[in-house]
Design a binder for this molecule. Sequence first.
Ligand SMILES: *Cc1c(COP(=O)(O)O)cnc(C)c1O
Length: 382
Amino acid sequence: MDSLLLQNLEKRKQNNLYRTRVMVDSGCAEKISVNGQQVHNFCSNDYLGLADNKTIANAFKQGIETYGVGSGASHLISGHSKAHQELEEQLAEFTGRPKVLLFSSGYMANMGVIGALVGRSDLVLEDYLNHASLLDGGLLSRATFKRFKHRDTVDLQQKLTQSNASRKLVVTDGVFSMDGDLAPLKDLAAVAQQNNAWLMADDAHGFGVLGKTGAGLVEDQNLSIDEVPVLMGTLGKAFGTYGAFVAGSEALIETLVQFSRSYIYTTAPPPAVAVATMASLQLVKSEQWRRDKLNQSISRFRQGAQQIGLNIMDSNTPIQPILVGSDEKLLEINHRLIEQGFMVGAIRPPTVPEGTSRLRVTLCANHSEQQIDALLDALDQC
Ligand SMILES: *Cc1c(COP(=O)(O)O)cnc(C)c1O
């Protein structure tokens, strides 16, 4: 077995696609310690700077006092605690949807939702650049699986018209995770409605960040439950904790409780995580300054990047990719950035299409102006 595996690993190395893990020996903040070296952290999804927030950490401790650590069973046996229930109700109110269901992670939510909604005689249509978890969910559902061109409602319309599947599910990232651009949700919703299809939006990167109160893309673009009947969000990014949820009608949520395999056949997350997330929700709602500061950082970074002629992509979100193209060159630049004390994402295929390897800079509310300027200087030199 090993000799065969090693051959494949060697091939991946030769193609500059080999992944390695860095070991972080501090918590997630604007500066982290990596193998004993202090580096500026420009690669986390902790957009509001809540992952190491003291108020949330104290709520977590209190949750542990009340509930201990493990939930001990799945939600449908005895793992569904009062804390889970209360968080679901609060998230439903926040997103303006009748019901919410918590999942252990965003990956599991996406696998479980698509599989519960469509099957063999149905159609799933996904944006080309959707997150891997959505693609995997679509493939595992056994429905006919097709992709439409990135953000292209005309292509979507054509593919919907060609199909005579009984159920049709259109699936898209809200904010595209490796590009930072937004799905045209109003237009997608209109096309879906015209074709009697359902729309599912994954708001992993918009939830907490976009919208007047941080309720995400549906708040930002004022999208009703009829337009986006299936809304998914995650709690491990801007919310700074862990887990995910799906929001929608009572019938949708009850369907997921009955049929979503990644909901049913897994241990419920620790109740204390739900307690911590409720504290996080309070801060997301009340501390508007975090979104204001984040938006200032985005503008500052983009202006500076344009001035030094970096190949930044068309994004107004905290995800600010810089297109490099070659995998080899990307690794070289990334290595030099780390030497200078800056961690950014180095994103290669198959996460992104061949030839579009990029640095993925992510901005957070707790970055200082000096930190952003220092990153720009380092990027200029590298
Ligand atoms: C991160 C992410 C997920 C997965 O969420 P986890 O809670 O980390 O499993 C799903 N979809 C998108 C678009 C993401 O960026």
